[in-house]
Design a protein around this ligand. Sequence first.
Ligand code: GH3
Ligand code: MG
Ligand code: MG
Ligand code: MG
Length: 317
Amino acid sequence: YVLKDNEFALDNVVASARRVLSNRRTRILVVDDVASARQILVGLLEAQQYMVIEAASGLEAFAALEAYDDIEVVITDHHMPDMSGYELTRRIRRHYGSDRLRIIGVSSSSDRMLSASFLKAGASDFLYRPFVAEELQCRIANNVETLAQLKQLRAAAACDYLTGLYNRRYFYDLGPKLVNDCLRHKAAAAVAILDIDHFKRLNDTYGHEIGDEVLKAVADRLATIFEGSDNLLSRLGGEEFAILFPMMDSSAASKLCDEIRSDIARLKVMADDEELSVTVSIGVAEISDYETFDNYLNAADQFLYMAKHKGRNQVYS
Ligand code: GH3
Ligand code: MG
Ligand code: MG
Ligand code: MG
């Protein structure tokens, strides 16, 4: 038993050390109407290097979730006067999926069905009180790890493997939402498709690997240009990129695209001791009416075709 306890202690030390080293402390919200019950949890969690926020009711819990956008785990009691933990769990789940927030129910109730009710309501886990500290700590650690894995999966699903930009899937997922936000606020928006000129020729002359290097260099340049902006940049596929400009009319977007065009024309990519450069053509379409997202992209694609037709290395809108 002594050995086992020591093993647990060692695991805990290692887990805490990892968290401190990774310089990212998980924030946990503890919801319980009884201050002394909160204190027990807070003590356990702080010993594990978690950052802890306390709430004495469901309403306080919601206020905390609004005030801190980095809460990863909610540990909630069940019996509370204004809102039960079960009800709180149901309400939280209307706004936060289990890939955003883990919820662990705790209760000293003797109702053995409570655990299942919590899990059905969307809780990620449940423990009856009094709990074994190590069990609670393990369950929290598991939930934190699951959340990290889900985040990684979501990031990977949104990412283009070659360039690290957002991919087509993410563009088509977020794009329509951004467009609808603009239209609802009667604000302008525009979408552009950027395509590298004569890229097949470059591949044929220098090989696919150098083609990839050039693609990455163009993508890096675009990423730098759009870093920190509200514009949504993605690689649609091949040598084509799409950019959504929320809150920007098409003439402003076209002007910006022309600066990007000349910026990329000046870009030099070193490949086999040779300095390569490429040009791009860009089609820009205005978003002004409730049409399908595909329609906006088709319009931008047609303008891109015009830019190619008129001689490439230009913007057409
Ligand atoms: P245009 O100026 O009309 O756009 O001519 P283009 O040659 O760029 O257009 P086309 O669509 O005919 O050819 C695009 C080429 O891009 C074909 C394909 O070999 C290449 N390509 C697509 N994806 C990749 C990639 O991931 N890496 C590399 N190296 N090449 C790619
Ligand atoms: Mg209570
Ligand atoms: Mg193309
Ligand atoms: Mg091309």
